[in-house]
Design a protein around this ligand. Structure first.
Ligand SMILES: [Zn+2]
Ligand SMILES: [Zn+2]
Length: 193
């Protein structure tokens, strides 16, 4: 009976001791701040608290961690833009090489230029669609839309009036195009940093 008593006492003592040891082992968490993709985390036990911060994206790059979050979108915009530039090189070649003494030649080359502008429109539209979810690309999108809105109308016939109309509309188009190019250069230079 005495033996049992001692064992019981020992058990109680041990339990107490274990409890004590346990509480002294309960460590103080060493918290690592939350990051874009990880919540606040204890570096020792791995316990987490709260939610990850999420990326703060500007022009496809997270301003906090530098990760390219929507790089694909930006790379697509780079590609479409380079297509647009090639198309516009063709347009200006047609217009530069017009023989102004020959209405039919004017008509043919302006028409060819017009057809290229329609191709440019498709590429610009792709940029508008691609950038839809990005608030920081709002200005770019608006300017791209203006370029599309200013595409000259199709030339109906080779009268000098119609050809002059086309040239005038083309001049207005070039103004909106230059606004667009300024913005796209800004955007892409930020992205390439
Ligand atoms: Zn911990
Ligand atoms: Zn981030």
């Amino acid at each position: 009976m005495k033996k049992l008593f001692i064992i019981t006492i020992c058990c109680i003592l041990m339990l107490g001791l274990t409890g004590c040891t346990n509480s002294s082992l309960t460590h103080q968490h060493t918290w690592q701040d939350a990051t874009c993709i990880e919540p606040k985390t204890c570096s020792e036990c791995g316990e987490t608290e709260g939610e990850p911060l999420g990326h703060t994206v500007h022009l496809g790059i997270c301003s906090r961690c530098g990760k390219a979050v929507h790089e694909e979108v930006m790379l697509n915009i780079v590609q479409y833009n380079s297509n647009i530039q090639t198309i516009h090189d063709n347009v200006s070649n047609y217009i530069k090489n017009v023989n102004y003494n020959n209405l039919q030649d004017c008509f043919n080359k302006y028409n060819a230029a017009y057809n290229e502008l329609i191709k440019a429109k498709e590429e610009i539209n792709k940029i508008i669609i691609e950038s839809e979810d990005f608030e920081e690309l709002n200005t770019l999108r608006e300017l791209a839309q203006k370029v599309i809105d200013h595409i000259p109308s199709k030339i109906e016939n080779s009268t000098s009036e119609k050809l002059i109309d086309f040239l005038n509309e083309y001049k207005t188009y070039l103004i909106s195009l230059s606004d667009y190019y300024k913005e796209v250069t800004n955007v892409l230079s930020l992205f390439n940093k």
